[in-house]
Design a protein around this ligand. Sequence first.
Ligand SMILES: Nc1ncnc2c1ncn2[C@@H]1O[C@H](COP(=O)(O)OP(=O)(O)O)[C@@H](O)[C@H]1O
Ligand SMILES: O=c1ccn([C@@H]2O[C@H](COP(=O)(O)O)[C@@H](O)[C@H]2O)c(=O)[nH]1
Length: 204
Amino acid sequence: MSALLIGIAGGTASGKTTLAKTLKNSFQDKVAILKHDYYYYDQSHFKVADQDINFDHPDSFETDLLIKQLEKLKEKKEIARPVYSYKTNNRLAETKKVKPAPIIIVEGILIFHYQKLKELFDLKIYVDTAADIRLLRRISRDIKERDRTFNSVKKQYLSTVKPMHQKFVEPSKYQADIIIPHGGLNEIANDLIIKKIKDHLREN
Ligand SMILES: Nc1ncnc2c1ncn2[C@@H]1O[C@H](COP(=O)(O)OP(=O)(O)O)[C@@H](O)[C@H]1O
Ligand SMILES: O=c1ccn([C@@H]2O[C@H](COP(=O)(O)O)[C@@H](O)[C@H]2O)c(=O)[nH]1
C-alpha cells in the first residue's frame, strides 16, 4: 500500500493539531504524525539572542531533513525524528522513532511555503481561523503549555508572528486543496476528510 501524505497548514493556534488528533483517533496506528515544529533549528543555529529569534520565518526550520525523513517513510522505512522543546528553544539530544504508516500527516504553519515539500502532499488542507480567535487561543496555550508570560506572547505576536503570518502563511492558503473554516472542530469538514482516507485505505 502506498502511503497517503496529508499536509495540514494554517496560522498559529488555528486548530492544526486538533484536526490531526481527530484523524489519529479515527485511524489509530494507520496514522503517523510529523510536526514541522519538530524540525526547528536549535537556538545555537541563530546568531541573535533567543528572545529575538523569528520562529515564524521559513528559514527557522530544517525543512530538508523533514523532506528526507518523509521520503524514507514513503519507502516504508522507520525514521528517528528530532525532538524540540518550546520551553528552552532547543532541539533535544534524544530522537523519537516513527514507524511507516499508510496515512502520514504533516502539520505546520509554513508547510505549503516550500515547493519541494508541497509537492510531496497528496492532500493539502488549510485550517482557516480568524486572527483574533487564534491570538486568544495562543495567549492561553503559550502561558499554560509553553512557559510564556502574557507580555512575552504579546511582544512576539506583534514583532514576528503577525507580520510573518501576513507575509508567508496567509498567501500559502491558496496552495491548499481544501480550506476549512472555523478551526479544527468543523465536523462536516472532518467527516469529508475521514471519508477520503477511508477510500484510500480501501483502494490501496
Ligand atoms: N474549534 C475549536 N474551538 C475551541 N478551541 C479550539 C478549537 N480548535 C482548537 N482549539 C484550541 O485552541 C488551541 C490551539 O489549537 P491547536 O489545535 O493546538 O492549534 P495549532 O496546532 O494550529 O497551533 C488549543 O488549546 C485547542 O484546544
Ligand atoms: O521555540 C519556539 C518555536 C515555535 N514557536 C511558535 O510556535 C508557533 C507554531 O506552532 P503552532 O502550534 O502552529 O502555533 C509559531 O508561530 C512560533 O512563533 C515559539 O514561540 N517558540
